[in-house]
Ligand binder design. Structure first.
Ligand SMILES: [Zn+2]
Length: 268
């Protein structure tokens, strides 16, 4: 057996996860650290699972404060305008924050894309590799909570490299399996939910994957993703008052919380 990303044959079975009344084998590559679910689903079957998942999770929750912050970070890095593509744009909450002068495109395979279209966003209801955008077309491509769902993350990143302009930016948000939070939760980490999630990255494995697809890491940060550590109300208050307010600027550079935001520039 080979690692699906780096082709190493140094693979170990990490654990077997019971989820949705089935047992799933999760392997870890000893070279690049990526973990992945062993499954026999076809590309079409994976897509059907993802579609039902996103349709079920399409809510009208207002997360605009998070999206405004995300756009502010992209602009602070030096990307202020141009064509932006959000892969897995859901109902368009992030792209609706990106007003003029951005030209907004979204990829969404579920019916949530209809809601994004109503917000004036150009939404493509096809896989990115099927649609065939022109070479060097986008200034920024974002993927929030998408890469862990894919059948072929490497194929998608190579396609993103093709459609990004030279020096273009790709932003990837996913869970970090090596973060302190994920390590303390162990096999019960909420991201281990196969076959909804098929890949589990560390910062190192994501950097190695991006580099192999022609990208250079330029920035990263960690957040709690708005989620609390504990269900206990007292712990939540302590976390909100101390960790999230006083220490957050320091925490965002270290893998304490498990939401990893990684920023990569396309190499010339
Ligand atoms: Zn590997």
């Amino acid at each position: 057996m080979q690692c699906n990303l780096c082709c190493s044959e140094n693979i170990l079975l990490k654990f077997t996860k019971r989820y949705d009344n089935k047992y799933w084998r999760i392997y870890e590559c000893q070279e690049c650290q990526v973990e992945y679910v062993c499954h026999n689903y076809s590309q079409e079957e994976v897509l059907e699972i993802q579609k039902s998942y996103f349709n079920l999770n399409n809510t009208s929750t207002d997360n605009s404060i998070y999206w405004k912050n995300e756009l502010a970070i992209i602009m602070a890095i030096g990307y202020n305008s141009g064509a932006i593509l959000d892969v897995g744009c859901n109902d368009g909450q992030f792209l609706s924050i990106c007003s003029t002068p951005w030209k907004r495109y979204g990829i969404e395979l579920s019916t949530a894309g209809d809601l994004a279209r109503e917000k004036g966003i150009t939404v493509i209801n096809k896989e990115i590799t099927e649609y065939k955008f022109p070479d060097n077309f986008f200034d920024v491509v974002t993927m929030f909570a998408v890469i862990e769902h894919l059948k072929d993350p490497k194929g998608l990143l190579k396609e993103i490299n093709r459609i990004l302009k030279p020096d273009g930016l790709v932003v990837i948000m996913t869970g970090d399996k090596n973060s302190f939070k994920a390590r303390t939760k162990g096999e019960n980490w909420h991201m281990y939910c196969p076959p909804i999630h098929l890949w589990f990255f560390s910062r190192k494995s994501l950097d190695l994957l991006a580099e192999s697809c022609g990208f250079k890491s330029i920035y990263h940060r960690y957040t709690s993703g708005g989620m609390y550590w504990s269900k206990n109300r007292l712990f939540q208050i302590i976390e909100k008052c101390f960790v999230k307010s006083i220490f957050e600027k320091w925490f965002k550079q270290i893998p304490f919380y498990d939401h990893l935001y990684a920023y990569y520039r396309k190499e010339q």
